[in-house]
Design a protein around this ligand. Structure first.
Ligand code: ADP
Length: 283
């Protein structure tokens, strides 16, 4: 039998949840970016969405709670900088998010690791407490959007994030086109329904490769699996993002992809995804 919390522990938990509620209550739109498994481009899509929202003038936060693979700092060019408390009015008890661009502030477990290669071997309660701290103690201020890069899968960590973000929260599921990834998405969809997070839709990433020289499309990882699954499950399909080597190069060099390239099919698709999301949240 698990030990029941004492009255004092219950009061502390309620006070902490209230502090989280006060913090997230100042965020107009909370978007959780989910994927069935790692490596499908979840962080890339989260960073791109947050960057474009900020470029449109929306006050945006980008929170990386992908505890075992925090790649957001690298993707937005903030690697290696410690979180600073000084400057923008955070109190001693608050963690100050890092400024990545005008209107874009970021917090990540990656900032708190002494060495980026350090493996994070943490037990469940530590992960839960860290997620809570990121939602309770980070001085996000008033935001139009908070984009949360969730750990992959539908386990305890995404569950903790979804519960702490509370209602109304929204989710975006990133998949690749192969059947193997698509079946993971079904679990994400079920997860969203269970935790009462409204599903904005599915993004099919790494969907085909359009040759920059001849314009011919090759479906390296197949194409259309995410789209047909979205249709079958009656959930919105937000778009296909083709494979683009510039995405890898931009991520590796820490330059947001939208700023690293002029017009590419992948950039256009990512812009369409952002536009569909903002339209659906305004509706
Ligand atoms: P996840 O967060 O799902 O683990 P990442 O966003 O970290 O995945 O992406 C994994 C790798 O795939 C990164 O090197 C990223 O640059 C690359 N990548 C993501 N999307 C694309 C794409 N459409 N074309 C080419 N490379 C991509």
């Amino acid at each position: 039998m698990p030990e029941q919390p004492t009255e004092e522990q219950k009061q502390q938990m309620a006070a902490e949840q209230e502090a989280v509620n006060n913090r997230v209550g100042r965020i107009k739109n909370r978007i959780l970016v989910l994927s069935g498994k790692g490596g499908v481009g979840k962080s890339t899509v989260a960073a791109s969405l947050a960057t474009s929202l900020a470029e449109q003038g929306c006050k945006t936060g980008l929170l990386d709670v992908d505890i075992h693979g925090p790649s957001i700092p690298q993707l937005v060019g903030l690697t290696g900088l410690p979180p600073g408390l000084e400057g923008t009015g955070a109190t001693e008890e608050e963690l100050q998010p890092m400024r990545a661009a005008d209107n874009l502030h970021v917090m990540s477990i990656g900032f708190l690791l002494e060495n980026p290669e350090q493996a994070v071997i943490w037990r469940g309660p530590m992960k839960y407490n860290l997620i809570k701290q990121f939602l309770k103690d980070v001085a996000w201020g008033d935001l139009d959007y908070l984009v949360v890069d969730s750990p992959p899968g539908t386990g305890d960590e995404p569950l903790a994030v979804a519960q702490m973000l509370g209602s109304p929260s929204h989710a975006l599921v990133v998949t690749t086109p192969q059947e193997l990834s698509v079946s993971d998405v079904r679990r994400c969809v079920t997860f969203c329904r269970k935790v009462e997070v409204s599903l904005l839709g599915v993004v099919e990433n790494m969907s085909g490769f359009i040759c920059p020289h001849c314009g011919v499309e090759t479906n390296i990882f197949d194409s259309g699996g995410g789209q047909s699954m979205a249709e079958k499950m009656n959930i919105p399909f937000l778009g296909k993002i083709p494979l683009d080597p510039h995405i890898v190069a931009a991520g590796d060099s820490g330059v947001p992809y939208s700023q690293a390239v002029a017009e590419t099919p992948a950039k256009q698709s990512l812009e369409t995804v952002t536009a569909k999301i903002t339209t659906s949240l305004k509706a």
